[in-house]
Design a protein around this ligand. Sequence first.
Ligand code: IMP
Length: 183
Amino acid sequence: MLNRDIAEVLVSRDEINSMVKQLGHALTEDYKSKNPLVIGLLKGCIPFISDLLKELDFILEIDFMDVSSYHGGLQSTGDIKIIKDLSTPVKGRHVLIAEDIVDSGRTIQAIRALLLYRGALSVKVVTLLDKPKGRVVELQPDYIGTTIPDAFVVGYGLDYQERYRNLPYVGTLKPSVYASTEE
Ligand code: IMP
């Protein structure tokens, strides 16, 4: 049913599976003796972090933050609002932020600065998708599943107006979807 709103599949379920496995191997190599705090950014991280955690073969803890920058639309406003903060102190911890997509880079830049200010030993970023063409700040994710073109995508956690997060792949929406939801 959701499939009929999709114009093009950009990253298939199989491709996601193999990217998550590769990221898991690389992270296991780099973090196996660091007992990191893995932080997922709600709500988009949920499918990704859930799959990724199962590929991480080392001691870790998890926590979540909810920050908003897009307010359900298509473009970043530049405003970062903390809706839910961490319940775990980051002071003296190695932190790994798990993100679904890095676009302008503003969200990660702001959170990274906040966690370093709070005393994190290191803050690195693992993202399934990277949209380097959308970048407005200098930020390079440390671990990337794949790079995608500068298009608005949905699925595997990513939403358009809170919908489509439950698609098992990443794709673009048909223009008719935007036309029918415009206010
Ligand atoms: P940034 O601050 O511009 O890097 O934005 C990061 C956040 O914007 C992501 O966590 C997503 O929630 C949202 N975002 C960026 N690009 C897309 C997209 O193509 N589809 C859906 N959400 C997006």
